[in-house]
Design a protein around this ligand. Structure first.
Ligand code: URA
Length: 210
């Protein structure tokens, strides 16, 4: 089996913008082939919180920026309601390319969950971002990000909303897992309750940053 690994594409001694440039040429797994472009993180290197999603969606893939589609709108509102300054946040994803299928007769690209292999192949980019930014808190948005940060046995349903110390440590950062903003959009009648639960979890982060 061919090894998937972004590691060889990550330059030594790069700052965030050099990382972003290098990531544009990443071929560490096959997802680059169908995606429009690499979607790297957005935000200041001085950010005290890093928010990690799963992978770019359709809009993010087209625009080249994380969380600019419908889930991004939920996230922006939730950060505001939780009292987190958007300038204090760096937003990125566990996987930097959009993975999707196109149904035979349809035109719409349908999001597909990245495999564990793809998540771990992309991990060197996330590691490099976290090392440079050295945030106080890393927020895992949903199960894929939480597993990428805390290991495959981590369950957001059981361990959400708490500041946790990862093992192995993440340069002193604490990790808080919460629901993915897309889950809010999919929640039907439970949407408002799920949104409030996201805001409640983010308030724990706001308190830690204050
Ligand atoms: N969902 C994610 O996990 N990340 C994005 O950037 C957009 C949607």
């Amino acid at each position: 089996m061919t090894a998937y690994d972004a590691g060889p594409y990550v330059p030594d001694g790069a700052d965030v913008s050099a990382l972003r440039e290098a990531a544009a040429g990443c071929r560490g797994c096959p997802l680059y082939a169908d995606a429009t472009q690499t979607v790297f993180g957005r935000g200041e290197a001085s950010a005290r919180a890093v928010l990690v999603g799963e992978q770019p969606g359709d809009q993010e893939d087209r625009q080249g920026e994380p969380f600019v589609g419908p889930a991004g709108k939920v996230l922006t509102r939730a950060l505001d309601d939780a009292g987190i300054d958007p300038d204090d946040v760096y937003v990125t994803n566990a996987v930097k390319h959009f993975k999707f299928t196109v149904p035979e007769r349809g035109k719409r690209r349908i999001h597909q969950q990245p495999s564990l292999r793809e998540v771990s192949a992309c991990r060197p980019w996330l590691t490099a971002e976290l090392e440079l930014i050295a945030p106080q808190v890393v927020v895992a948005l949903g199960a894929t990000a939480a597993k990428a940060l805390m290991g495959p046995d981590f369950r957001v349903t059981r361990q959400r909303g708490k500041l946790l110390t990862p093992d192995p440590p993440l340069d002193g950062a604490q990790v808080l897992a919460t629901v993915h903003p897309s889950a809010v959009l999919r929640a039907g009648e439970g949407r408002e309750a799920m949104y409030e639960s996201l805001v409640t979890d983010l308030r724990v982060v706001a308190e830690q940053l204050s």
